[in-house]
Design a protein around this ligand. Structure first.
Ligand SMILES: Cc1cc2nc3c(=O)[nH]c(=O)nc-3n(C[C@H](O)[C@H](O)[C@H](O)COP(=O)(O)OP(=O)(O)OC[C@H]3O[C@@H](n4cnc5c(N)ncnc54)[C@H](O)[C@@H]3O)c2cc1C
Length: 387
């Protein structure tokens, strides 16, 4: 059994001021009213160019982000690597809609691959498809809506951006994750992800698609992907529960179509764990990253490795958490010799706000693991007082 309760290990590289900052943040986020008020105020203040950037930077940004640039994130990369925890540099500018923004995200992702190629401490790169083209275009591609001549060109440019990322990842032997997004653009993402796997995963899994197990059709998707890949390409998969649960339910309700996500947390958990089993049973042709803060799923994957006689640090299996969250999982896994990495989001403060707001919302939701995050911090503060 992995000892997730060993808080001395979990917080070994956190100073007392670090712990205090985390305490006040998670305490604040645990109050839905306070959390909603603060996120709305921050959005408003940033829109009006009020000088709140230093406050955000010293608090929530410091907890969840590496820095504004790759270079500024080096301190975090090095600190994590002292505990043998890898970094996944995640350029987190979201909700952008101009060609300049798409090319900037492309340049950042290419730079993160170049950086990963020369750094043991960076096992993967990652990108979000909506960082590389308009959301509305992805939606049209998703729905097979006829495209105008201009949109056809935009589509080709988007596909060229994705291909240049995957080509460089292949040439530099760096694995790259394609993040999953809202279900109403996800078919379009799955389709290009599979194209890239066919093209570049011929010798091993370098391109990873993401499966959100809160969706009620993803076990079927995983099985069909495995069928299609047989004798053709290696499958790379990041398994997550999914970050857009409320939006999925709301949109299905408003537009009166069958809800694509589970409504019971236990169903999501069941599918997540089922997916882990399927992947491990097919480990000869699949590589996975378990992107989760859930202790049961983490323990299950560790048990499956043990049962199947797979090495703890087999390079086809990674555990991953987000920076600033669930250090009790990351650090204790690493000490037990499993492959662990953390997403380290970086980018200008105002650009990473949507990401930070998602973290605040996730940590406020009752079904999440907020209570545990806060109680771990309190327990560690008490342990230090006594020591
Ligand atoms: C490394 C990494 C990469 C990630 N990449 C992506 C990505 O590409 N795309 C993406 O969408 N998310 C991504 N995430 C975010 C991830 O989806 C959330 O962190 C995750 O949903 C939180 O779940 P958990 O596995 O940590 O466990 P838990 O805290 O046990 O589960 C919380 C999750 O359960 C689900 N849930 C909550 N209530 C219900 C309910 N009533 N019915 C059904 N399901 C419910 C939701 O998905 C919720 O987020 C990533 C996370 C990590 C750590």
């Amino acid at each position: 059994m992995i000892d997730f309760k060993n808080l001395k290990i979990a917080f070994a590289d956190k100073s007392n001021p670090d712990l205090n900052r985390a305490y006040f943040l998670f305490k604040g986020m645990s109050n839905p009213f306070f959390s909603k008020l603060l996120t709305s105020l921050s959005k408003f203040a940033l829109k009006l160019h009020l000088p709140i950037k230093p406050i955000i930077k010293a608090t929530v940004y410091k907890q969840f982000c590496g820095g504004e640039t790759i270079e500024q994130s080096q301190v975090t990369i090095d600190k994590l690597w002292e505990s043998k925890i890898g970094t996944i540099l995640d350029f987190s500018a979201e909700g952008k809609e101009s060609v300049n923004d798409f090319n900037r995200a492309l340049a950042q992702t290419l730079a993160s691959i170049e950086k990963a190629a020369i750094s043991d401490s960076i096992p993967f790169s990652v990108f979000k498809p909506t960082g590389l083209c308009k959301f509305s275009l992805l939606q049209k591609i998703n729905n097979n809506t006829p495209l105008s001549a201009e949109q056809e060109i935009e589509k080709q440019e988007y596909e060229a951006r994705v291909n240049s990322i995957c080509q460089l990842a292949h040439d530099k032997n760096v694995a790259v994750f394609i993040d999953a997004e809202e279900s109403w653009i996800q078919d379009a993402i799955d389709s290009i992800a599979e194209k890239m796997m066919v093209k570049y995963n011929t010798k091993k899994a370098l391109i990873y698609n993401t499966i959100q197990l809160y969706r009620n059709d993803r076990i079927a998707y995983l099985n069909s992907l495995l069928e299609r890949s047989e004798n053709k390409f290696f499958v790379g998969i990041k398994l997550v529960r999914g970050a857009y649960h409320e939006q999925e339910i709301e949109r299905a309700k408003i537009n009166n179509y069958p809800c694509p996500v589970h409504l019971k947390k236990s169903d999501t958990d069941k599918d997540y764990n089922h997916a882990l089993n399927i992947c491990i049973n097919n480990i000869d042709r699949i590589a996975i990253c378990a992107g989760t803060h859930n202790e049961d799923s983490t323990q299950l994957l560790a048990n499956l490795l043990d049962e199947k006689g797979i090495k703890k640090n087999d390079d086809r299996i990674y555990f991953s958490q987000l920076l600033g969250m669930s250090d009790h999982i990351s650090y204790n896994l690493s000490v037990a010799n499993y492959n662990v990495s953390k997403y380290v989001p970086y980018g200008p403060v105002k650009d990473v706000m949507p990401y930070l707001i998602r973290r605040a919302e996730e940590n406020t939701s009752i079904a999440g693991q907020m209570g545990r995050e806060l109680s771990n911090i309190i327990a560690e503060k008490q342990r230090r007082k006594k020591a």
